[in-house]
Design a protein around this ligand. Sequence first.
Ligand code: SF4
Length: 221
Amino acid sequence: MTEWDRSRIRELERRLRAFRDTCRATTLAEVQHATRSPFHVLVSCIVSLRTKDAVTREASGRLLAMAPDPAALAALEEDAIARAIYPAGFYNTKARQLRRIGAILAAEHGGAVPADREALLALPGVGRKTANLVLGLGFGIPAICVDTHVHRISNRLGLVATRTPEATERALEAVLPRDLWIDINDLLVTFGQNRCHPTSPRCSGCPLDDLCPRRGVTRFR
Ligand code: SF4
């Protein structure tokens, strides 16, 4: 289906890495580098859903300073969690979910985050995207986290031709070398936030211009 052979994918990777080096690191990449903690990655990822990166950085930092482990998180009142993560999107819902996550991890997983997709998916507010991010960034287990940026840009590039994030995940597993599965999320999120925007990508001068068929792109700058 795709004309993306291995050497073209490596060229894509090289350019995406060079581009990322020119940008500020995402909050989740910073959390991973600073802590190597699955719990910190999980909490930051929940806070980040439907939330701007700058808000996620401040909000998850405040909460993790108050609750550095699951038991401490479970011991907080929901109101206190909500105040800590405000103005993250859906802060009241996330506060309820985070408190329950802390309680479940403390009671059922020995106070640790499980390195298991099914166990992660059983936690409140944790979908496939978050579970895969925790597996990858938290544990170094190869998993492709497909968020809106990964789904959109993979289709524009013609790496995949899919309608849903779940289908994109399966298609990317078939086309990407395994050593890229974890990092592709951060590479494409950074690229999506700074160049290949949802509604009007900045195609003029794009470093991927000669690699990109711009599939589905009707308006660009
Ligand atoms: S050429 Fe345009 S559509 Fe393709 S990756 Fe660059 S910004 Fe995105």
